[in-house]
Design a protein around this ligand. Structure first.
Ligand code: NAD
Length: 295
């Protein structure tokens, strides 16, 4: 099976590498960057989304947001303009569930089947091949692509129809954002009280307050390391999709709205491209204290 891989950013690059290491034949393309490390592992360089699609049986996309996926799949020189009937597109980007449904419907008109399969776990789990992959689409297609997805993730779950993968991802992103905010507020308080934040982390990480989020983000915060990882601007994109989707369904989401404003403030302070663990910087500024490792 020839696999096309489109979008070689922070996530796409290690995911493509894991497919190459598993022995798959890959043709890759990114509109804005090159990935010599992926080519060095044996991938073929594609010339455009259309070129990749015309040479692949399965195309995986890992792009920033809904407009990028629309452009890459439906646009001029896009995937649909090159794909043969029967081709499968698995969009692993985190986008609005409604857009997944729209793009899948446009694909279906050309006998191309699309699944949405966003991921959770960030760059470290993309590198390890242990992402959590949440899939929407039809079951026979899911069964066909599951062995491929299992090379990138340790959990691959079919949730329901196309769009339901991104619905699960929005829930995931709300929980992650609120968890970082809660951890930040609590650690700022403990630090201001004169308690060593490293010791607080050691004491509570194994208890009920412990979380994957806390274990991933507190070490970064203690080291003053806000390199992404997952950029604040991407999390703002996810929360905007969450707010739009919630409001379209008449669901108020007050906590999501609150942390969205925190992220907007950080963006105003020039931190849009920092890791989302920089949420702590908002709380640090309020309390005039920094949650850092003690010398
Ligand atoms: P990124 O910006 O690093 O990579 C996206 C890549 O897509 C870029 O290299 C860009 O050049 C390329 N691109 C954009 N438009 C294109 C087009 N029309 N055709 C071809 N290539 C195009 O983003 P990322 O961090 O790799 O994230 C990708 C997706 O995964 C996003 O939806 C993000 O929300 C999601 N995600 C990211 C993380 C993380 O920790 N970074 C974790 C989970 C999910």
């Amino acid at each position: 099976m020839k696999i096309g891989f489109v979008g070689l950013g922070i996530m796409g690059r290690p995911m493509a590498k894991n497919l190459l290491k598993a022995g798959y034949d890959l043709i890759v393309y990114d509109k804005y960057v090159t990935a010599p490390d992926v080519i060095a592992l044996g991938a073929t360089q594609g010339a455009s989304n259309q070129d990749v699609a015309s040479k692949s049986d399965l195309i995986i996309t890992m792009l920033p947001n809904s407009p990028n996926v629309k452009e890459a799949v439906l646009g001029e020189q896009g995937i649909l303009s090159g794909a043969k009937g029967g081709t499968i597109v698995v969009d692993m980007s985190s986008i609005a569930p409604q857009v997944s449904k729209e793009v899948a419907a446009a694909c279906a008109e050309k006998n191309v089947i699309m699944l949405d399969a966003p991921v959770s776990g960030g760059e470290p789990k993309a590198i390890d091949g242990t992402l959590a992959i949440m899939v929407g689409g039809d079951e026979p297609t899911f069964k066909k692509v599951k062995p491929v997805l299992e090379k990138m993730g340790s959990s691959v779950v079919l949730i329901g129809d196309v769009g339901s993968g991104n619905m699960a991802k929005l829930a995931n992103q709300i929980i992650v954002a609120l968890n970082i905010a809660a951890v930040s507020e609590a650690f700022v308080l403990a630090t201001k009280a004169g308690v060593d934040p490293s010791k607080v982390f050691d004491a509570i990480k194994g208890g009920l307050a412990g979380s994957t989020v806390m274990s991933a983000k507190i070490p970064m915060i203690l080291d003053n390391d806000f390199n992404p990882g997952f950029r604040i601007e991407l999390h703002i994109k996810d929360l905007q999709n969450a707010l739009d989707t919630a409001h379209a369904l008449n669901v108020p989401v007050p906590l999501t709205a609150n942390v969205m404003e925190t992220m907007q403030a950080l963006k105003m302070d020039g931190m849009a491209t920092c890791d989302h663990s920089a949420i702590v910087r908002f709380y640090e500024k309020l309390a005039h204290v920094e949650v850092r490792k003690r010398g």
